[in-house]
Design a protein around this ligand. Structure first.
Ligand SMILES: Cc1ncc(COP(=O)(O)O)c(C=O)c1O
Length: 451
């Protein structure tokens, strides 16, 4: 279609996700290379959001991934994982089990992150049932995003996302996240950890531990702006789960496959989860595939002759998607993509830290290639912007202005206003500098406006 027809057809027929439909013409992205994208007008953008935290290897591997997909199409375009195996699903399960930490050895494939979260919750419920206990509740953290299907949506800690779809799936308990920026300044890291763990344990006790099936948390929480865990937090969460017989699920849909400088965040923080949910980076988003990775103990009740996990989806473990994910992992290893994050995360952070000199930037959080800047009205008091100010500042000005200047990143106000920065994992100092320079310019302009 010609550009003009594409625009008209988009207006007439395409329903965008999480997008205000009356909010003007959507950009039409037509191609990508490396860390960069190009729109239909020929403008180039540095994708500092990696296509929603997903395109680990960047946009230049279409040919190689395509050849892997083509070979698989020729050999076996589709078969299902319902009762049958096929070579690519087996090979990918083997590969993922090798990369996953500890005894997380069993892999259940799905089509994306929401399905992974949904499947983890169902698996946790059925795991307890198989052991003679009826436990159904999930615990997650406030503001955390875990997906949009009804189960995953219920787990979300973002009240505004849940509200239109209530009543939701029973029952989810939301506990404190690890946002330290707005805690009292005199509070030590150890005190903060103790405060968070007490909150988690009290919430579980209040609900009745015998009803709680699963605690689900991201190694570093995205929504709210890259909340890293304080020291000893994960050890404490693990201990609480063990004390009450609750399964711990690390939602690694974003943090898995290298974003934090390790294959999994669970490895970086020694989380020792019973379950990992993953998607996005598993295929660098070249295919729609996700996975639940389960530890040996979780699988054990399902291994007898007559038991089964009563859950499945047609496309889970689709051979073409598996072939692409296998190729992605091969590329990530060959190009030392995870090592690039590990070796350059500090340099990236140091470059972004220059922005802390700006009056509007209150905090820089994150690790690896996963950062957020929190924007404040007053650095001294850490006062945040009001809702209407967020509307004009973030939606009205920042997002479109950054895009105009050639930078895709996300201005997010699901919690306090933050700018999220999460480029492809192949980014180098050149991209760090470009991101920092454009952000510096646009955030300075934003400050002039709000003053
Ligand atoms: C932590 C986390 N879990 C789950 C999801 C849902 O993934 P999907 O959009 O692939 O359904 C997301 C999506 O961003 C996520 O960030």
């Amino acid at each position: 279609m010609a550009a003009v027809d594409l625009r008209q057809a988009a207006r007439d027929h395409l329903w965008l996700h999480f997008t205000r439909m009356g909010g003007g013409e959507p950009p039409i992205i037509v191609r990508g290379d490396g860390c960069y994208l190009e729109d239909i007008e020929g403008n180039r953008y540095l994708d500092a959001l990696a296509g929603l935290f997903a395109v680990q290897v960047g946009y230049s591997y279409g040919e190689e991934m395509g050849q892997a997909a083509l070979a698989q199409m020729r050999e076996l375009p589709f078969y299902t994982n319902w009762s049958y195996a096929h070579p690519r699903a087996i090979e990918l399960a083997h590969e993922v089990a090798q990369l996953a930490p500890g005894d997380l050895n069993r892999v259940f494939f799905v089509s994306g992150g929401s399905e992974a979260v949904e499947s983890a919750w169902k698996l946790a419920r059925q795991y307890h049932l198989a052991r003679g206990e009826r436990r159904w509740k999930a615990v997650s953290r406030r503001l955390a995003y875990h997906g949009t299907t009804m189960g995953a949506l219920s787990i979300n800690g973002i009240a505004a996302l849940r509200a239109p779809f209530e009543p939701l799936v029973p029952d989810v308990i939301h506990v404190r996240n690890t946002n330290r920026y707005h805690r009292p300044r005199e509070e030590s890291e150890g005190q903060f950890t103790a405060f968070l763990l007490d909150d988690l344990e009290q919430a579980i006790l209040q609900e009745g531990p015998e009803t709680v099936a699963m605690v689900i948390m991201e190694p570093v929480q995205n929504a709210g702006g890259s909340f890293t865990p304080p020291a000893r937090y994960w050890r404490g969460v693990r201990e609480i789960c063990d004390r009450y017989g609750i399964l711990l699920c690390a939602d690694e849909v974003i943090t898995g496959f290298g974003r934090l400088g390790a294959w999994f965040g669970s490895e970086l923080y020694d989380i020792r989860p019973d379950l990992i949910t993953s998607a996005k980076g598993l295929s660098s988003a070249y295919a729609s595939i996700g996975a639940v990775i389960a530890a040996d103990d979780v699988v054990e009740p399902f291994l007898s002759e007559t038991s089964m996990y009563a859950h499945g989806i047609t496309f889970g473990g689709h051979p073409v998607q598996c072939a692409i994910a296998l190729k992605n992992i091969e590329i990530m290893k060959r190009e030392r993509v995870v090592e690039n994050v590990r070796d350059n995360g500090d340099a990236f952070r140091a470059t972004l830290a220059q922005l802390l000199d700006l009056p509007i930037v209150g905090d820089l959080r994150g690790t690896g290639f996963f950062y957020a800047l929190e924007l404040v009205k007053d650095k001294e008091t850490r006062e945040s912007f009001a809702d209407d100010e967020c509307e004009t500042l973030l939606r009205g000005f920042l997002s479109p202005r950054l895009f105009e200047k050639g930078l895709i990143c996300r201005a997010d106000d699901r919690g306090d206003p933050v700018v999220q920065i999460s480029p492809p994992l192949i980014a180098t100092q050149r991209e760090f500098d470009q991101i920092t320079s454009i952000l510096g310019e646009v955030l300075s302009e934003a400050w002039q406006r709000v003053r």
